[in-house]
Design a protein around this ligand. Structure first.
Ligand code: FAD
Length: 390
């Protein structure tokens, strides 16, 4: 009964954190949207980079694979060219095929004032160079089933696991090696859960819904994949908690006073959520990692592996999958940076400095993971019932 009560409390805690995150993600951290009543949540992403490992193996041709860039009317007010202020408001339009959408890059430094331009040592993209970045409205491009499957998708996951984070042997005692595998496996579980929870059930009728069989086949029937999902969630939550002071004081200005205040208030609600500590046991003590003689070398090796994984995201042959893959890997890279590369960690005396994009990626990743956990908790009883009936 105690375990049940604790489980109930934990679920409540996660639900509360998830709810704050959902609102936080839904209101724009990055963007202002005044003319169009639909909310916009723009993220800056480098979407069109060449795959550094093999020639392009064909883009996904399905409609659901493609990404709509933000139309000009959706750009955060601070990012627009002055002449565009007067543009009439359009309906939401897809700007596919126009990677160099009309953003005045010189304004980035103004809009991003107060935010650092520092490269993240865990990721492949150079975060200080945003010349090739495009703005994407995440609300118009939800993470869901796209039809991207077969050899291209398989090649990415194979390269991720076999070359960069092999599953550790059962006797493996090196915590650091386990961490990378668990993080990637947890992210993979989360991606699969989002595919299954927003699946194209009937193409002819354009009917979308939950595909419980897929969720079971890909994730739920493997307890370790579910455990790794929880691990990744706790890891990211731990990073957010550690960056509390920085996140609280960061500049969320977009030009829309009301939304900016709301974003600040929601960030505070997330950071000071009393359930946060109570509901979340520490996944591990990060201060104990990278110790010993081989610590620095091991850290370099694992950092290189993660950078490779981040580079592999440019090989994902489906725009929308690449968008979410890159965003979430940047979120994980940000969590790794917070926990392992800044002040407070034994080998580093650098103070924490985050880019605006890193914060966006971190919060969105936490949202994706908490949504996945919510789905797992929602569907598990009905799946158990279904299995009992077999
Ligand atoms: P896959 O999911 O491709 O898995 C490949 C193999 O990895 C499995 O056979 C298993 O051995 C192992 N594996 C699976 N899950 C785990 C886990 N949690 N932990 C450890 N090992 C595991 N498709 C979409 O429809 N929408 C998307 O948004 C999307 N985003 C993607 C993002 C990225 C970065 C990548 C690489 C792919 C994405 N895909 C997306 C494709 C999707 O992930 C699958 O590859 C595809 O649906 C085919 O699935 P599958 O059954 O072959 O198994």
């Amino acid at each position: 009964k105690n375990e049940e009560e604790r489980g109930g409390k934990r679920r409540w805690g996660w639900a509360a954190i998830g709810a704050v995150l959902m609102v936080l993600v839904a209101i724009s951290i990055t963007s202002k949207y005044t003319k169009n009543p639909n909310s916009c949540q723009c993220a800056q992403v480098k979407l069109w980079c060449d795959c550094p490992f093999w020639p392009d193996d064909g883009m996904c041709k399905l409609r659901d694979c493609s990404v709509c860039e933000c139309p000009e009317t959706e750009f955060p007010e601070l990012f627009k060219k002055p002449s565009q202020y007067a543009l009439p408001s359009d309906d939401l339009k897809c700007q596919e095929g126009k990677p160099e959408a009309a953003v005045d890059r010189t304004l980035d430094s103004k809009a991003f004032r107060g935010w650092m331009e520092v490269d993240n040592p865990w990721t492949n993209d150079d975060e200080t160079d945003n010349s090739e970045m495009t703005y994407v409205n995440l609300l118009l491009n939800p993470e869901r089933y796209t039809g991207y499957t077969g050899p291209s998708a398989r090649r990415i996951w194979d390269a991720v696991y076999s070359e960069n984070c092999p599953q550790y042997a059962s006797g493996e005692s090196c915590q650091e090696k386990k961490v990378l595998y668990k993080l990637i496996s947890g992210l993979h579980s989360s991606i699969s859960i989002h595919i299954a929870s927003d699946y194209l059930l009937d193409e002819a009728k354009s009917l979308w819904g939950k595909n419980l069989d897929l969720m079971y086949d890909r994730v739920l029937r493997y307890p370790d994949r579910v455990r790794n999902l929880y691990f990744t969630y706790l890891f990211v939550l731990r990073a957010v908690t550690k960056a509390k002071n920085y996140l609280e004081q960061a500049e969320y200005e977009t030009g829309n006073h009301d939304e900016d205040l709301k974003a600040q208030s929601l960030i505070r609600q997330l950071l000071y959520n009393p359930k946060l500590q109570a509901a979340c046991p520490l996944p591990f003590d990060e201060a104990k990692l990278w110790q010993g003689q081989s610590g620095p070398e091991l850290k370099q090796q694992i950092q290189k592996q993660f950078r490779n994984i981040s580079a592999l995201m440019d090989c994902v042959g489906c725009e929308k999958c690449r968008l979410w893959g890159k965003l979430q890997v940047l979120g994980l890279g940000t969590a790794l940076k917070i926990l392992f590369s800044v002040d407070g960690h034994s080998q580093s005396n650098q103070p924490l400095q985050l880019q605006r994009n890193e914060v966006i990626a971190l919060v969105n990743l936490l949202n994706r993971l908490s949504e996945s956990i919510k789905f797992v908790q929602e569907v598990s009883p009905s799946i158990e019932k279904k299995m009992d009936g077999l």
